[in-house]
Design a binder for this molecule. Structure first.
Ligand SMILES: Cc1cc2nc3c(=O)[nH]c(=O)nc-3n(C[C@H](O)[C@H](O)[C@H](O)COP(=O)(O)O)c2cc1C
Ligand code: SF4
Length: 791
């Protein structure tokens, strides 16, 4: 290139710029936006596990931690883990911050409150009435009454003069339905089918699943995008409440208060389609009479509807003008108490209005400008002060104390296990001794959360313990819990001093707790300070077994390593899990799968265990293959298979559980053999390691990890676990460069599993004395015996 040409180059470039600057600028901006978007979407993906999902029939897509699974305002640091034995840098920690629930930034026009027509739109010549019975029940009473009532309604609708107008009544447990399918609008099927809701509810003055339902009704009513009476298309509704006058003698003192609340919200949502007044009954005295009277009233209202007379002027309830006024006042009062003016709000104009499109009705005359940016925060309930989970004065406290629990603070519990007593008397320890070397007289069973997010059919909590999806109780400090549970445990041990047969040396040993099973009842990782509590235990050289219900992935991901981490696997598929665990979370299956992925990820930093509880008729038949799929997904170190223990409560009864659902030991053993075969088919290296026939429990273990010289080594070296924990010895978990980043379960594998505990040898320590119950003997053996013993 000549020098002249070189000198004119800047001018030429300038000319090109002037001619093409617009497309150039646009291209640059587009490129920048694309790069920005690519970075944004990449950074949004926070993977729980880096390991590829193995192929199998169950959904294997790895589940990502969802923001709604994280506790409010919580920063979770996912512990560094060693995936697939490939070392990873332990300092890699990914903070997952829960998206703070901020004010909604949706803008639009408020749908003006409309009064729905008082009379139902029902053509008695062509239309049909579909009665739907809804109920909620924690300990089974309401469920029983709802089932009976549905039966009576079914017979009545089939036999009455207007039977042609009725479809067969259906019953729904509010715990299982999608609220939106029924309470956002009436079901939309055949337009000639009109719905009538019959709702039966108990009342609980503690947090229960009922609160979800009431909150849902309230939120639907307050949601500005929805008509305030979205259920006005119902033909009518009526509510019946069950309560206990002994504990809550009057309405003011809370008798049937939640049924009252639901009745009011339903009146608003249906634009006063109350077909018959709220009925209430005391379960300890007049419930049968009151329910009978109320049923007759509801039937009369149904006859009126079927004959095309609507809800009728004379029907006490919907047609009563005084009550209508009262409800208007209620709405106003509620709104005021919530800080919202009942009148249309004349707030400041919103300029950056986002079009709500179809969500806002276009026919609403004269739209009111509303600042919806702050709407939600103004209408939502003021944050109420947290309550105690189990107050001393509550019936739950009384019931648990009666069952032998010591309640510590307001949400923790401790109880002496029957095996602790048995071991003190030299009559044998539980399976934890046979499998892992834990002597029952040195073990404490406790929980820092009596509340749970499931209602398992086999739960020992007798159905009355608090349930909930979020932690919203007064929270006790971990030190208080630790001091409380250990003191209460020692106190109970001391009470065993005079019991005949207690061995002096075991009694002395028992005064030093060596192990804590966080598996009593409730969900231990629900407690917000579980990590601090575990750290206190480890510091006091108490090893920890923690059992969780696979419903809290975020908490599981952030848990510090325990001696042995369990996940309850109560079913092999979604349907079965729903039936047996009766979870409160609607996305229970996704949570469950996410927990499996987390367990897989953490299997090289602690011993991981699947706990299968077999319930005949619920989760055994044909399910071995499904369980094998789950094992393949999470690759736990161990799989414990145990026959369910019958707790004999009314709650269990109402869930359809009887002694017939308790498998015999032979049945458990046959199931385990089948499971082992399924695992072998998948080339997974699990074998049946040990058994404890006495408690109907069998152990499968990963033979590549828990065998020494071809012999099972399922026991734990507890001293080594503490040393590793305290940094006194170095672990063998390394990163890609070979740098030690922690320890592995293999670092604290203990002695070989004793001969007597191996599969086929029964699992009873020969040094202890086997005591047979009356009428039982070595001939009848563990099969029958196993039916009555517990974990
Ligand atoms: C912990 C607890 C709290 C209760 N709170 C109330 C209450 O505030 N008002 C009331 O009328 N009944 C209350 N009851 C009584 C129940 O509503 C009553 O036993 C009902 O039949 C339980 O129904 P379910 O078995 O279907 O769960 C309470 C019962 C328990 C165990
Ligand atoms: S997970 Fe445990 S405590 Fe919770 S309901 Fe099931 S058995 Fe009971």
């Amino acid at each position: 290139m000549s020098l002249d040409r070189f000198l004119v180059l800047p001018d030429e470039l300038l000319l090109i710029w002037h001619d093409h600057r617009v497309p150039l600028l646009l291209s640059a901006v587009s490129l920048a936006v694309l790069v920005h978007l690519a970075i944004y979407f990449r950074s949004r993906r926070h993977k729980i596990s880096a390991s590829p999902a193995p192929s199998s029939p169950i959904e294997k897509k790895e589940i990502e931690l969802r923001p709604e699974w994280l506790p409010e305002n919580t920063t979770i640091v996912t512990p560094a883990v060693n995936v697939d034995n490939r070392a990873e840098d332990s300092v890699v920690s990914v903070p997952v911050v829960k998206a703070k629930k901020g004010p909604k930034t949706v803008k639009g026009k408020k749908v003006p409150k409309k009064r729905a027509p008082a009379a139902a739109n029902f053509n008695h010549k062509t239309d049909k009435i579909q009665p739907l019975v809804f109920f909620q029940s924690l300990s089974g009473t309401t469920e029983r009454y709802a089932t009976q009532l549905t039966k009576v309604f079914t017979e009545w609708t089939a036999g009455c003069d207007q039977s042609i107008s009725f479809l067969e009544p259906q019953i729904h447990d509010l715990s299982y339905i999608e609220f939106d399918d029924f309470f956002l609008s009436p079901p939309k099927n055949d337009s000639s089918v009109k719905y009538f809701y019959i709702i039966l509810l108990p009342t609980y003055n503690i947090d229960t699943v009922l609160d979800n339902f009431i909150e849902n009704l309230q939120e639907t009513h307050n949601d500005f995008r929805i008509d305030t009476a979205p259920l006005s298309g119902l033909l009518g509704y009526s509510v019946f409440g069950l309560g206990d006058k002994e504990g809550w003698p009057t309405e003011e003192e809370g008798f049937c208060s939640q049924a009252r609340e639901v009745d009011k919200w339903m009146a608003r949502l249906t634009a006063r389609k109350r077909a018959y007044p709220l009925g209430i009954g005391d379960v300890k005295s007049d419930v049968d009479t009151r329910l009978g009277e109320w049923r007759v009233g509801v039937q009369e209202a149904l006859v009126e509807l079927a004959e095309g007379r609507g809800l009728g002027e004379g029907v006490p309830g919907s047609g009563d003008p005084a009550e209508s006024d009262e409800e208007d006042e209620d709405v106003a009062e509620d709104s005021e108490s919530e800080g919202v003016s009942p009148k249309p709000r004349k707030a400041a104009r919103v300029d950056d209005v986002e079009d709500l499109g179809g969500m806002v009705k276009s026919d609403s005359a004269d739209p009111i400008p509303v600042d919806f940016t702050t709407y939600k925060s103004r209408v939502s309930k003021p944050v109420s002060a947290p309550k105690e989970m189990v107050p001393v004065s509550s019936p739950t406290h009384a019931a648990l104390t009666k069952q032998g629990y010591s309640i510590i603070g307001s949400h923790s519990g401790v109880k002496i296990c029957r095996w602790t007593k048995s071991a003190l008397r030299g009559r044998g320890s539980c399976y934890k001794y046979s499998f892992y070397g834990i002597q029952s007289h040195l073990c404490m069973e406790a929980t820092p959360s009596l509340s749970c997010s499931n209602k398992c059919v086999f739960c020992w909590r007798h159905g009355t313990n608090p349930v909930g999806t979020t932690w919203r109780w007064i929270t006790d400090a971990p030190e208080l819990i630790y001091d409380g549970i250990t003191t209460a445990h020692y106190k109970k041990i001391k009470m065993m001093k005079g019991v005949p047969g207690v061995r002096a040396e075991r009694f002395a040993e028992a005064m030093r707790i060596r192990h804590c099973a966080l598996s009593l009842v409730g969900e231990p990782i629900f407690y917000p300070h579980i990590n601090e509590l575990l750290a206190i235990m480890h510091k006091n050289r108490i090893s920890t077994f923690l059992v969780c219900n696979a419903q809290h992935p975020a908490q599981l991901a952030s848990l510090i390593p325990v001696t042995q981490l369990y996940v309850s696997i109560d079913a092999s598929n979604k349907d079965s899990l729903r039936k047996i665990d009766r979870p409160l979370h609607r996305d229970f299956w996704e949570r469950f799968c996410a927990c499996l992925d987390i367990l897989k990820q953490r299997r090289f930093e602690q011993r991981t265990v699947f706990r299968l509880t077999l319930v005949k008729g619920f989760n055994m038949a044909e399910e071995a293959r499904g369980y094998a799929d789950l094992v393949e997904r999470a690759l736990p170190g161990f799989v414990e298979v145990k026959g369910v223990t019958y707790c004999g409560t009314s709650a269990a009864g109402s869930a359809g559980l009887t002694m017939q659902n308790v498998p015999f030991y032979e049945e458990v053993a046959a199931f385990v053999t089948l499971l082992a075969e399924e695992l072998a088919k998948r080339n997974l290296s699990y074998g049946i390691a040990a058994e404890h026939a006495h408690s109907c429990c069998v152990l499968l273990a990963d033979s590549t990890r828990f065998q020494k010289d071809g012999k099972w080594a399922t026991r734990i070296d507890f001293e080594r676990f503490y040393e590793l924990n305290e940094g006194l010895v170095e672990g063998t978990r390394t990163d890609a460069d070979g740098k030690v980043v922690g320890w592995r379960p293999e670092d604290y594998v203990g002695q070989e599993t004793p001969e007597w505990a191996l599969w086929g040898n029964g699992g009873f320590d020969p040094r202890d004395v086997r005591v047979w119950r009356k009428g039982k003997g070595p001939k009848e053996q563990a099969g029958k015996d196993a039916k009555v013993v517990e974990m």
